[in-house]
Design a protein around this ligand. Structure first.
Ligand code: ZN
Length: 133
């Protein structure tokens, strides 16, 4: 059901600085998008089948702001691309994996996303993502 790693979400406090670093690394900025529901701005850097998504909070109440406050900047989540999101969520639930999102919700890049609970995943925030290509 899982196809590949869709993206790796990296939390930064300052988007411009985060972008500058990945450009220095040699990746090319594809787009910047604001996701109001998550109170974040996202910068996308394609890297093969995967993207690096640099996430910066737009509000102190943003989940990303809270993450940085607790753990500091760094890898925030890993997203796996799936063929069919509702079916994948059902499958995870059947395997006793706790879900944060029981229903898909809109994420960046026109994708439908849902998160698994880190308590069920050895502490990794895992996102399942139905990409729109
Ligand atoms: Zn994501």
């Amino acid at each position: 059901m899982i196809k590949h790693i869709s993206h790796i979400g990296i939390a930064v406090s300052n988007l411009e600085e985060g972008i500058a670093f990945y450009e220095k690394l040699g990746l090319t900025l594809e787009a910047i998008e604001e996701v109001p529901s998550q109170k974040v701005k996202v910068a996308f850097f394609p890297c093969g089948d995967t993207r690096i998504e640099v996430l910066a909070p737009t509000d102190p109440e943003s989940p990303i702001a809270k993450f940085i406050e607790k753990k500091g900047e760094g890898i925030q989540h890993i997203a796996f691309a799936v063929d069919e999101l509702p079916a994948a969520l059902k499958e995870m639930e059947d395997k006793d994996i706790r879900l944060i999102d029981k229903e898909p919700r809109p994420g960046a890049h026109g994708a439908d996303i849902a998160f698994l609970h880190p308590k069920s995943t050895n502490g990794v925030l895992i996102e399942l993502c139905k990409e729109k290509h």
